[in-house]
Design a protein around this ligand. Sequence first.
Ligand SMILES: [Mg+2]
Length: 328
Amino acid sequence: MTTPNRPGEFALIERFFKPLSRTTPFVRQGIGDDCAVLSPAADEELVLSVDTLVEGMHFPRHYAPAKLAVRSLAVCISDLAAAGAHPEAFTLALTAPELSESWLAEFSRVLAAEAERYGVSLVGGDTTRGPLTVSVQAIGCVPKGCALTRRAAQSGDDVYITGTTGDAAAGLAILQGNVKLENDLMADYLLQRFNKPQPRVQFGQALVGLANSVIDVSDGLLADLSHITRQSQVAAEIQLDAVPFSEALRSLPNQADALHYALAGGEDFELCFTAPAGLAPDIHKLAQRLAVPCTRIGSIVAGEGVRCIDAAGQEVLVENKGYDHFPQ
Ligand SMILES: [Mg+2]
């Protein structure tokens, strides 16, 4: 933490964030110097990803610091999962209108617990004054040449999704008061899916050698799958009736909303991946071994774009393929 806002804040940062810095075989130097010094194993390479969460844009105003800590680390760790990497470390840039001791205490307490769960050490960061914004850079390692990417889907691949999709978007809609659910249990489930994303870290690592391409669903299933098809120069056909809905999503009063969230909602941090059709038994076994639900939702074919096919085999045009922060 290098640029405290005013005297006294440096002490707060030392107190709240320094304990999250651990020395490991990978982390030679963590917090406390100008730079972190990292040392990947000789047969591995580094994988990096940064994500920024802005108040009012990615999380509501007055969002609990504990929830913000969970989300800010999870969204970034999820990118490592999509690369098949194992998480090792992270950096944190925190911008806040003021650094309140109670806010920092709660944020750092939960961040420490989450960092422990993922086995990552905080190796550096920065604080500045401004609208509440959290940037986390996650740092992981993957065996040399094995990082999973978006650009190697092959015609004939199956398309899969882990877990269910659309839950987090429905949870955010509930949080924002745009959707009301009578059943509290279902509403809580959807809120939890927004507040506590569970990146598929182990599953992503296990996809190395099986999957041809992988992306984590952050902008919406169709939008993220279209990144795979564009970068792999192929097309995808999605069977709409195969897309897995949670029971809670099915319980939404408006099923058109549910379908919209499932296809375009994003923020679920599930893995969407493609694998050769012949590996279907291996994917099935992997899903069972790790107890991660995994559903085949379509195929990769020649061409371009993502097409949605209904139960009758007809193409359905789906508008709004995902969230675009900078629409043209
Ligand atoms: Mg991603």
